[in-house]
Design a protein. Sequence first.
Length: 132
Amino acid sequence: MLDPKGNTGVYLLYMFVRICSIMEKSSVGSAEALEKLKTESAGFKITNPSEKELALSILRLPEQLELAVSDLQINRVCDLVYEIAVKIAEFYSVSKVVGSEEEHSRVLLLEATKKVMAKTFDLLGMKTISKI
């Protein structure tokens, strides 16, 4: 249960904290700068396969919630958040966020991912943290 690797709560929280850390280091990491970026930006651009995979994973939330309710299988939400965590690891291993040309776009993608993870944690009864 407390293993920091694999499909565990600790691993999921670690990946959430990793997003928080990357966003904090970013030039648009503050809440004010992020809100300004959201209003001025047309969204995020997909520039590599890892970004695409992460974006597709977070877009599956409504579908997985509907299936979890209709099939009475909450494990679908658990599986989705684990899939997202794996995609985050793949994303930040190949995509530089802070200081890259695509920093604003990638921060927006991470913000969207953070919101989806926070929602799934809430549905699962888990509390989020921003530092370990």
